[in-house]
Every structure is written in C-alpha cells, then in structure tokens.
Unconditional design. Structure first.
Length: 268
C-alpha cells in the first residue's frame, strides 16, 4: 500500500514567548515492509533543523527559535510504501539487547491487577510466548475502550486499566506492562494508521507495541485495533514508553500560555 501522511501542528503563544526548543521524532525509517518514498518537515518561522539519531535509533530533528514568537507551525508531508508482514518486524536498527525492554517506567509499570490479568493470559496459552501475546492482545482490545478525545492526556497503565478506558498510548502501555510482567521484552511504537472506517482528518497519531518472541524476533501488536499491524500502519519511532517515542517534545521560555492545534490525514 502507498500511504500519504499530512501532519500539521500549530502552537500559539499568548503573550509571545521568548524562545522555543523542540525535538521532533516525526521521520520514519526504512525496514522490511516499509520504504519511505519521500518525507519533508517544514517549520514556520524558518529555522534550521539539526538532524540526529536518538539512543534508540529514531531519526530526530532539533530546532531552537528565539522570540518573540506568537505562532510556531510544524508541517509534515510524506509518502511510504508498505507491505503486510503479519506483524513480524525485521530490518530495523537495533541499538540495545532485547532485555533492555524489560525495564519498567512510570507509565508502563504493571500493578497487581495488570499482573493478574497477564497471568490469566499465560495460563490460557500453555507457556507459548506468541500465543500468550495474542491472548493479551485480544484481552486488552476487548476490555479497554479507546478514548478518542483529543484533549485527553496520557495516564499510566495502572490508571487506564482501572478505568477500563484510555488513549491509544494508554492502551499500548497496558499491553507493554502486562507483557513485561510475564518476562517478555516489550516496547512502545509511535506512528500512523490508515483507517478505512475513518479516513478523514483527525487530531492524534497512532501507537502500538512490539514484543520479542524467541526464534521469531520482534512482533508488533496493536491492542487498540485488536490485530497485528498490517500494511495500513506506518512505523515512526520506538521507546520504552510514549515519552521516549513522542513525536514532539520541548520547552518554551517565559510565561506565555500555549495552545496547540493538530491535524493528521493519512490517505492511501
């Protein structure tokens, strides 16, 4: 599938801010099943983007702007050719041993309820890691409702599990925390999804998880959609949790209040 992504973020500051620093993780890499045809990031006001790679091998761009700044606009336009690999992830840049992804964070740490939930999936699948993960996928998808309110912020996995609802990031955190509680390395993936049922402009990206399966390697699981990612998914960045793979992280100087408008369109 050839997927076109248009992603716009507009930040407005009142009163004008005296400076902005941002790190962008908005550029996908090539790997088996994903080839980036072209990808462009435009920033207004015009500023030099310094390209780097972070510790996980994500492509990053850093920008620094001196004020006064009333509005900052970041626009992404790109096209990616994708193929369905049944969720198996190959050809990615791997900087760390898989055991690093057993490390809990404040956003993914499983509480007693999540650990019990994960053990139920293990008991039903006879110790087969891949079957356990598919069991977790089905159970998380069935029990946790996806909250699409753009104003809703990420919580941690325990809070989202207790309320039985969350953002796509929260749902990925629950799956990751449950997998790690079973001793299965798991990591967070940020990206885009071409939705047949909802192809119009929306206000948030997508997120899912990858877990490491012996003799198979990294396998992707999308608990929000209840399936292994297909050629409708565009993989952009990974991390231990949503903060490590965040599309944009940064800070502003001064006392300005910030409002943000986000628009994403993913077309075939």
């Amino acid at each position: 599938m050839r997927i076109r992504v248009a992603h716009s973020m507009v930040y407005r500051y009142e009163p004008p801010t005296t400076g902005v620093i941002q790190v962008l993780r908005l550029t996908p890499r090539n790997h088996v099943g994903q080839y980036v045809e072209y990808w462009r990031i435009d920033v207004t006001p015009d500023v030099r983007l310094a390209a780097h790679e972070d510790a996980f091998g994500n492509i990053t761009h850093a920008l620094t702007l001196d004020g006064p700044i009333e509005e900052l606009r970041v626009e992404v336009d790109g096209a990616v050719e994708t193929q369905n690999t049944d969720g198996v992830v190959r050809g990615t840049l791997e900087r760390f041993p898989t055991n690093l992804f057993l490390r809990d964070t404040a956003m993914t740490q499983a509480d007693a309820a999540i650990r019990s939930f994960a053990q139920e999936a293990r008991a039903a699948n006879d110790g087969n890691t891949l079957a356990e993960l598919h069991g977790l996928l089905d159970r998380v998808h069935t029990r946790i409702a996806c909250e699409t309110d753009a104003a809703r912020s990420l919580t941690n996995s325990a809070q989202a599990f207790a309320t039985k609802r969350g953002t796509v990031g929260d749902i990925a955190h629950i799956f990751i925390g449950a997998a790690r509680s079973l001793g299965i390395p798991a990591r967070y993936v940020a990206g885009y999804l071409r939705r047949e049922r909802d192809p119009e402009e929306h206000h948030h990206g997508h997120a899912w998880a990858e877990a490491h399966v012996p003799d198979l390697g990294w396998v992707a699981f999308d608990p929000t959609e209840g399936l292994c990612p297909t050629d409708a998914h565009v993989r952009v960045a990974i991390g231990l949790d949503a903060l490590g793979a965040a599309p944009v992280r940064g800070m502003r100087y001064g006392s300005a209040a910030e409002t943000t408008a986000v628009a994403i369109k993913v077309d075939q």
